[in-house]
Write a protein of this length. Structure first.
Length: 134
């Protein structure tokens, strides 16, 4: 699928590819107001929670990472985030669209001008709206 979305550090163009019935990889390329970056996730256990007449609600868990270059005017620093991913996915049976929301607790570290040993965060999140080509 292809759409727009984001995670803890990045918002932009989002892609997702189902590998098997229960696994998928997804990524995002984009930026924030102070930099550009990339992010990637690996999801497992994408189980159906509820099925309605025209929609299906699934959940999945996995792990992800994000990398952002801090600053557009030269190298200012790099932010690196490692996170767990708990995702809810709303799929439409008659449209090739999915809407996702996720919780991303993780660990954020900085290098260069953003140098930091890092810290644990529990308030990260993200989501996406994607169109699937069938």
């Amino acid at each position: 699928g292809l759409g727009i979305g984001g995670g803890n550090l990045i918002s932009g163009v989002s892609v997702k590819r189902c590998l098997t019935k229960d696994t998928a990889v997804q990524g995002v390329v984009g930026g924030l107001v102070y930099g550009v970056g990339v992010g990637a996730d690996y999801l497992v256990a994408q189980n159906t929670v509820w099925t309605g007449r025209d929609v299906r609600l699934r959940w999945g868990v996995g792990a992800g990472t994000g990398l952002v270059s801090h600053g557009f005017a030269g190298f200012g620093g790099v932010l690196l985030d490692f996170s767990a991913v708990v995702e809810l996915v709303l799929e439409f049976k008659t449209l090739p669209i999915e809407v996702t929301t996720d919780w991303r607790p993780g660990y954020l570290m900085g290098f260069g001008s953003t140098a930091s040993l890092g810290y644990l965060h529990l308030n990260g999140g993200g989501g996406a709206i994607r169109w699937y080509f069938r």
